[in-house]
Ligand binder design. Structure first.
Ligand code: PLP
Length: 430
């Protein structure tokens, strides 16, 4: 029973590991976009873990690809032997990355992918100075926590890197949001120039940024910002690392990668989460000269193992064969437009934002505009009561996030929307 499991969880796992919901959920099965818990309650899943389930649950093509690998009798030994699925997947990702003559290094998590990207950039540039963005999240390893711009996720005062912080496109309270739209990129580029001149020696390894900040609450800077940044970065030979852990694979609907909205190609790109559809699969794809610059032998026992890589190949094929990017654009518009229309005029909703199937609602106190994490929490719980799983996030915990599997149907979008709108209505009126 979940009750017993919860007590056992609390007794043996660290208390700082978050568990969603006042009454945490144990998921025991899934099908399509629905999951069922240990008590037999079924939920429509608008979060996919944290954008981890990208295709849906129990999808035959992915199950069969993984089962075929398992049937060989070899789950994995190490990456010291040739792995056909790994090479095939690397070829596909290198081609899709948009980075000329790219190389791919597989890891098991997004944190490791960003850690590897930082290692490559610092080695290549022979500098430990990094530019990062406020309100960002890049992982839970030593270096990636160091470039995470949110104290709640980044408690270490012993950051091994020298990090200088840029402003993001924070919509509600950020400096950029107060400017007319046409001036925002110029202001952010000016900020970059100033940070470079005042907080670094100019000899910086890289700038690491999410095209849309995920954990930060799906905050997106103005389209084109990365291109504005890149002009300045190129003057100093500073590399651009695009963390696409949440924004990759067509989720935003308009592009395959988040960076494409910015009209510039990064030097390194990191990926994770959805590509394994639940199997541990992540990595870095980037310029050959940068990846090749790592001076020491550096291999990963499990990165790109045959089971995960088989899943990754099947996920990628499914994604492209079914044009899920187009589905994300179409169904995401239904969800986003429906939500905007439903909350119009509500003083408690500061903003509905996002792109494609990466959508967020930000809650504030009427009058003051202060973040309202309490209301956010109530709507979050009410959604669960209504049979809908969503996520929470944002610097102040006042953002509900939606990142459903990209196979979400129009009917499911409308069903989930109705549950969410009712949850907001009930909790706002209460
Ligand atoms: N980068 C981004 C943008 C993320 O959202 C996350 C996880 O939420 C990570 C990196 C870290 O990935 P992982 O949890 O797989 O280590």
């Amino acid at each position: 029973m979940t009750d017993d499991l919860l007590a056992r969880h609390r007794a043996v796992l660290p208390s700082w590991m978050p568990l969603y919901y006042a009454e945490p959920i144990e998921l025991v099965s899934g099908e399509g976009r629905r999951v069922t818990d240990a008590q037999g309650r079924t939920y429509l899943d608008f979060f996919g873990g944290v954008l981890t389930n990208m295709i849906g649950y129990d999808i035959a093509e992915i199950r069969e690809a993984v089962q075929q690998q398992l049937a060989s009798g070899i789950v994995h030994t190490s990456t010291l032997y040739l792995i056909r699925q790994q090479v095939e997947l690397a070829e596909k990702i290198a081609r899709l990355s948009g980075i000329p003559d790219a190389r791919v290094f597989f890891t098991n998590s997004g944190s490791e992918a960003n850690e590897a990207a930082l290692l490559m950039a610092t080695n290549y540039r022979r500098s430990h100075q990094i530019l990062a963005v406020r309100n960002s999240y890049h992982g839970r390893t030593y270096a990636t926590m160091g470039v995470t711009g949110n104290r709640g996720w980044s408690p270490s005062a012993l950051n091994p890197l020298q990090v200088a912080w840029l402003h993001s496109g924070e919509r509600l309270r950020g400096l950029l949001a107060r400017l007319p739209e046409g001036d925002r990129i110029d202001a952010a580029v000016e900020d970059l120039r100033e940070v470079l001149a005042t907080q670094t020696s100019g000899d910086v390894a890289c700038l690491i940024a999410e095209p849309i900040q995920g954990v930060g609450g799906f905050v997106h800077p103005p389209d084109g910002l990365f291109a504005g940044w890149k002009k300045v970065l190129d003057e100093h030979s500073i590399l651009l690392v695009s963390d696409e852990v949440q924004t990759g694979w067509g989720r935003t609907g308009e592009h395959f990668w988040g960076y494409q909205a910015h009209g510039v190609t990064p030097d390194l790109l990191t990926f994770a989460k959805g590509i394994g559809n639940g199997f541990a699969l992540a990595g870095v794809v980037g310029r050959a000269d940068v990846l090749e610059s790592v001076p020491a032998i550096s291999f990963s026992t499990f990165g790109g193992n045959p089971v995960s890589a088989a899943a990754g190949n099947a996920v990628l094929d499914y994604l492209l064969d079914h044009d899920l990017q187009a589905n994300a654009a179409r169904v995401g518009a239904i969800l986003g437009d429906g939500l905007r229309a439903a909350v119009a005029g509500l003083d408690q909703v500061a903003e509905v934002r996002g792109k494609g199937l990466m959508l967020a609602v930000e809650f504030v106190r009427p009058g003051t505009g202060e973040p309202d994490p309490a209301l956010t929490g109530k709507v979050f719980e009410a959604c669960r009561q209504g049979g809908l799983l969503v996520g929470k996030g944002g610097l102040h915990g006042n953002v509900l996030r939606m990142g459903p599997p990209l196979t979400l149907t129009e009917g499911e979008a409308r069903e989930g929307l109705a549950i969410l709108v009712e949850a907001i209505r009930v909790e706002v009126v209460r």
